[in-house]
Design a protein around this ligand. Structure first.
Ligand SMILES: NC(=O)c1ccc[n+]([C@@H]2O[C@H](COP(=O)([O-])OP(=O)(O)OC[C@H]3O[C@@H](n4cnc5c(N)ncnc54)[C@H](OP(=O)(O)O)[C@@H]3O)[C@@H](O)[C@H]2O)c1
Ligand SMILES: [Zn+2]
Length: 350
């Protein structure tokens, strides 16, 4: 199943609005074929794996698949039929389909066809892999990741006239990898006016350009900004005078399963106050800048009990965090979303 998970991860960020799924076919101790779902409309992982094997499946072979095979006609024919037709007699499933309309049906169909099905192998990891898809399929709302690079004193900007980076190269590369896994990136209009960001993906092979979403009340937007004039201009959406929750709802309707909110402070503050964040990714630069733009400039929590807590921490690049801070973050398990803080070395761009 680990090998099937590794296959599934190859599709992360490319399969939307479908989940990322991987499969391997095993005979004895050997993996004889692999497959993953590449993008919506193309073959599902199990079918690709069986196709790659390209021979009748022997009785003693086992098919491992990270997600319960689909049992209904979608853009492609049901995978349960393909598995039965191929002659597989043993299937191991990682996670059940969370969609209440399908959950468990694929497994029943396979069992009814005389196939031995074992389920729940590495179930947590297989479910976690599609945490964003699962939220969208259950609620219609995209999974929201809020991301920012901030100084130790919680500021998003360096002093005026200096290069805008607060974090180092590792953090920026990691942020591009994160972008490569989402369907949309969202920013406030002030970020567009101040930074003229591209919100494209650099340095990640084969990545798909996510939608770029801008929120504005005034509609004041520089026409020549990269977002409206580069080759991905057709993938930029502007929402005017819509609350963040309504924007997310609309994005969900468009089949956008996850959104990365990249700032600035006002939009991040609203997201936090409205409890719309599922996961927080903070890149912390080891500097104290002061300055006007606070990372989460919303209302804040009225009581500590209402604060949202930091649950996990991981290092990237040169680790800056002291063990004490790491311990503190690990043990603070009260909140309802997970936060990942990547401490990063700071580089001054000359
Ligand atoms: N370090 C980082 O990770 C990072 C990331 C992003 C940005 N930044 C920095 O942050 C600064 C910008 O942050 P900021 O807090 O000043 O502004 P911001 O959050 O980027 O944008 C604020 C603007 O977004 C629009 N807006 C906000 N809420 C809205 C709503 N509910 N409905 C419709 N429109 C809404 C309004 O645009 P209108 O004024 O057009 O009405 C508002 O003025 C920049 O200096 C940028 O460099 C840093
Ligand atoms: Zn399928």
């Amino acid at each position: 199943m680990r090998a099937a998970l590794a296959e599934a991860k190859k599709g992360l960020g490319r399969t939307s609005p479908n989940p990322a799924v991987g499969a391997v076919l095993v005979i004895g101790d050997r993996i004889v074929a692999r497959g993953h779902h590449r993008e919506a409309g193309r073959a599902h992982a199990e079918v690709e794996c069986l196709r790659n094997f390209d021979a009748p499946v022997p009785r003693h072979a086992t098919l491992y698949v990270t997600l319960e095979p689909c049992s209904t006609e979608g853009r492609t024919a049901p995978c349960t039929n393909a598995i039965i037709r191929a002659g597989a007699k043993s299937v191991v499933v990682g996670a059940r389909d969370v969609n209440p309309r399908h959950s468990g049906r694929g497994i029943i169909q396979l069992r009814n066809a005389g196939i031995t099905v074992q389920e729940g192998v590495l179930a947590d990891e297989c479910t976690q892999l599609n945490e964003t898809f699962n939220k969208w399929i259950l609620t219609g709302l995209p999974f929201v990741i809020a991301k920012c690079g901030m100084s130790l004193d919680g500021r998003l900007t360096r002093p005026d006239g200096e290069p805008r980076w607060i974090t180092g190269r590792d953090a920026r590369h990691d942020a591009h990898r994160l972008r490569a896994r989402v369907d949309a990136v969202l920013v406030g209009a002030e970020t567009v006016r101040a930074d003229n960001p591209r919100l494209t993906i650099r340095g990640v092979r084969g990545a798909r350009q996510p939608w770029r979403v801008v929120m504005t009340r005034s509609g004041r937007m520089p026409r020549r900004a990269h977002l409206f004039s580069d080759k991905f201009a057709g993938r930029t959406l502007i929402y005017r005078r819509k609350p963040l929750a309504a924007v997310l709802k609309d994005l969900g309707k468009r089949g956008i399963t996850n959104v990365l909110i990249e700032g600035g402070g006002e939009v991040l503050g609203q997201a936090l106050d409205s409890r719309l964040i599922d996961k927080l990714q903070i890149y912390l630069g080891p500097i104290v800048t002061g300055g006007p733009v606070i990372a989460f400039s919303g209302q804040g929590a009225a009581k500590t009990a209402e604060a949202r807590a930091t649950l996990s921490i991981s290092g990237s690049g040169k680790l800056f965090a002291s063990r004490a801070i790491q311990r503190l973050c690990r043990t603070n398990r009260r909140g309802s979303f997970r936060a990942i803080v990547l401490f990063n070395d700071w580089e001054v761009k000359q």
